[in-house]
Design a protein around this ligand. Structure first.
Ligand code: RB5
Length: 144
């Protein structure tokens, strides 16, 4: 499974830990940056990861900024993206089951490394429920 991952400067340290964790679990990782501590703009990285997912070069995305908020908003601007900001395992599972979320967002200034890695595992291993009511609601997300 291929995972695209991106962050801003505030998310860099956590991204590096998540990348290592993903490699240890044999995921293929597409690291879309940033890769230096210089200040950068989170919309650039949120949208890069989002496009990798919608274009099919990645199965799922992970985006990280200070709060996870800005970069999740950026990713969600791309049609077809359902980015979920999760800081607990219950939400990470539920958003896969109910929303078929295709991007996980986290805030590096909000959450510690231990919970973050558990959230990543929960998100990537929980299947979509395929429930009829959930499919209907997900389709409604794309309506104007
Ligand atoms: C950067 O300082 C910070 O604004 C960014 O990482 C994020 O928290 C935005 O939502």
């Amino acid at each position: 499974m291929k995972i695209a991952i991106g962050c801003d400067h505030a998310g860099l340290e956590l991204k590096e830990k998540v990348v290592k964790h993903l490699h240890e679990r044999n995921y293929e990782v597409i690291d879309m940056g940033t890769n230096t501590p210089d200040s950068v703009d989170y919309p650039v990285y949120g949208k890069k990861v989002a496009h990798a997912v919608t274009q099919g070069s990645a199965d799922f995305g992970i985006v990280i900024c200070g709060t996870g908020i800005g970069i999740s908003i950026a990713a969600n601007k791309v049609k077809g993206i359902r980015a979920a900001l999760c800081h607990d395992v219950f939400s990470a599972k539920a958003t896969r089951e109910h929303n078929n979320a295709n991007i996980l967002a986290m805030g590096a200034r909000v959450i510690g490394i231990g919970p973050a890695l558990e959230i990543v595992d929960a998100f990537l291993t929980t299947p979509f429920s395929e429930g009829e009511r959930h499919i209907k609601r997900i389709n409604m997300l794309e309506e104007e």
